[in-house]
Structure formats: structure tokens, C-alpha cells
Design a binder for this molecule. Sequence first.
Ligand code: 9MR
Length: 298
Amino acid sequence: MLEPEDAMKWRALRPDEFAFDFREGDEIVRFAQANRMKVRGHCLVWGRDNPAWLTQNRFAARQLSRLLHEHIVRVMKHYQNQVFAWDVVNEAVDENGNLRDSVWYNEPGIGFAGKGTAYIEKVFRWAHQADPHALLFYNEAEGEGLNRKSDAIYAMVKDFKRRRVPIDGVGLQMHIPILDVDIPAIAANIARLTALGLQVHITEIDVALPLRTPGSVRSEDLICQADVYRGIVRACLNSPKCTAIQTWGFTDKYSWIGSHSHHTRGAALLFDQAYQPKAAYRAVLEELSAGNPSRVDH
Ligand code: 9MR
């Protein structure tokens, strides 16, 4: 499975108000198809990484609503039968469980400012109309275990399911910045979400390590990192409705963590800078092959 890191975000797809640029996204889809991989789409609605023309033009709510609806229809129809699942809404909730301010919610929003999750409901309904066969996900960071954010997401999707708002799953990003991870809490969160009849996708896992000097990592940290990956993969595999595990990139050579942490953290993925598999890779492979050890090929 493949997911574009940035190529299907608003900033990439929408050079201006009137044009769509699908070239980068199409390239990824072509690569995936040539290699028999599925494609996850990311993301249709996010408060960040929007083009300046959108956020600085002071559109009225009615215009924003029209723009967002047009965006969802054009993009989902363009990738119909090619993208099997979409992160429809990304990172709309803050660490206290409140909705984040954003151009789509309340700055000025698409017409539902101050009305809680109504704008999210609206865009899921639009997305389902645009491509009734795509799986529709709410995707979130730092809501993987049990905390105020994951409680708020649980309450939202429970309400959506009860009222038949078309949502198929929750994406748990899993950008993990620590090595003592509460795996039982993650398992409990997966269990309560899937009990609602939703799928869970682990959408963006990486486990960042402290770097002593650029590129240099403690060997004991690599072992702990492997255990974190192992625990999360196992928690997912233990739940039949946890249906995808995806890392955010694959080689430490190209990962968002380096530049975003001023190179004080990194080495977060399954393959090192030289594309060599790490202990974490072997741990994941062992978990995926559990019950069939002959298939573990290091
Ligand atoms: O990895 C992405 C990086 O290249 C971008 O600069 C950044 C801002 O758009 O987004 C990063 O990906 C994020 C993803 O879209 C949503 N979840 C958190 C990811 C890491 O920040």
C-alpha cells in the first residue's frame, strides 16, 4: 500500500482557485499500480498545508463551502477506483478534545462555525456522494491511546455511526516520540473504535529516536524501537477490524522527522539511511509472519 505524503494535499493539488494539478498524485498512483499496491488518499480537509490563496483571500463561508465541495468532488472522482480509502478529515481535534480553529471550521468555516462536529459530518456526506465506494476515514495524531483527544474522537464517531453519517474508519497516525509506549492503552482504543463497527488503519507510524550526532543512534534504542513497532503491530493484528498498518515513509534517509526536529531526532523507520533493514523491520516481519515462521525471510 502506498500513500502520498504531500502530493494530494490542497497545497499540491490547488495552485490557484480555478485549477487542479494532479501530476504528482497521478505519478504516485501509476507507481502503485505498476507495483500492484493499493493507494490511500491523504487528505481532503485539513486546517494546515492549505495554499495561501485559500487562507489569505478572506473568502466568505458560502464561498468556502462551494470551494470545499468542489474540491472533494473533483479529487475523489479523479481518483475513483484508484484510491481505495481517503483521509477525509485530518487532525481536527486538539489535545484537550476541542475542535481546532481552522479555515474549514470557524475561520470563517463552511457555515457551521460553533456547531461542533457538524462541518465534519457535512464533508463526510459530500465525500460519500462523490465516491460511494471509497472507504472514508477520520485521521488523527496523538489520539492513539486513551486520552482526552481520543475520547473526543470516540464520542464523535460513535455519534456519527448512531446517526448513519457515512464513515468507515479511524486512522491512528502513530508518530511515536517516546520508547515507553502504553501498548495496552492503544489496544483498548482500537478495541472501542472497532466495537462501533469501524475499521482502524494505522496510517503514519514512525518511532523517532534521539540522535547523538546527525545520523548516529544508540544501539539499545534500536532494540527498544523494535519492541515498540512489535507491540503496535501485534495490537493491530489482534483486532480483525484493524485492517492496515502503514509507515510514514520507509527509509530513514527521507523522513519528515529530521528537518522538523532540527536533526536532533530521527532514525524512525524500518530501513536505515542506507536502505538496510533494522531490528524494527525484523520485529514487524516476525509479527506479520507469526504462526508461519517459515515465511520470515530476513
Ligand atoms: O511528512 C509531511 C511533511 O512532508 C509536510 O511538510 C508536513 C506538512 O504538510 O506534513 C507531514 O505529514 C503529516 C501528515 O500530513 C499528517 N500527519 C502528521 C504528518 C507529519 O507531520
